[in-house]
Write a protein that binds this ligand. Structure first.
Ligand SMILES: Cc1ncc(COP(=O)(O)O)c(C=O)c1O
Length: 158
């Protein structure tokens, strides 16, 4: 029902996989846990330690991104903001990624000023780093507010 509500491009015989939550914080807790478990599973299979997971975000994130690592024993690595630049810098974020990074979180609709972060550049840089290192660090896009408008292609805009 939810997939149809959001016009997910599903074929006749396809079924959507996902979960409805009461808000973005719950969605982020569940997504964060899924990232952590997936990373742990991969690390175990490789015979590598999996007890020091971390997550990379900008310092401008909504407070639920500080709650997730605290509740679920993950280190929070925040990209600091600087004068005149109040969202996560994708280059700095990717520099902070290491083998223990379970995901990089970007936000569409920064909590401080509503600005969209550069997810495309983040993805390009992270894809490059993943290729070089063999890691599979994913991105979580927190589209708590921006998700209602970001997904609209130009041809659908009023
Ligand atoms: C970017 C962002 N992420 C997460 C949240 C948390 O959402 P909720 O209050 O629905 O749990 C908010 C709420 O303002 C937000 O702006």
């Amino acid at each position: 029902m939810i997939a149809h509500l959001f016009n997910a491009p599903l074929g006749e015989s396809e079924t959507a996989v996902g979960v409805g939550t009461v808000g973005s914080s719950e969605a982020i807790m569940l997504a964060g846990l899924a990232f952590k478990r997936k990373w742990q599973k991969k690390r175990k299979a490789e015979g590598k330690p999996c007890d020091q997971p971390n997550i990379v975000t900008g310092a401008n994130v909504q407070v639920c991104w500080e709650k997730f690592p605290r509740y679920f024993e993950v280190e929070l690595k925040e990209v600091k903001l600087r004068e005149g630049y109040y969202v996560m810098d994708p280059e700095k974020a990717v520099e902070m990624v290491d083998e223990n990074t379970i995901c990089v979180a970007a936000i569409l609709g920064s909590t401080l000023n509503g600005e969209f972060e550069d997810v495309k550049l983040l993805n390009d840089l992270l894809t490059e780093k993943n290729k070089e290192t063999g890691w599979e660090t994913p991105i979580h896009v927190d589209a708590a507010s921006g998700g209602f408008i970001a997904a609209i292609g130009e041809e659908h805009q009023c």
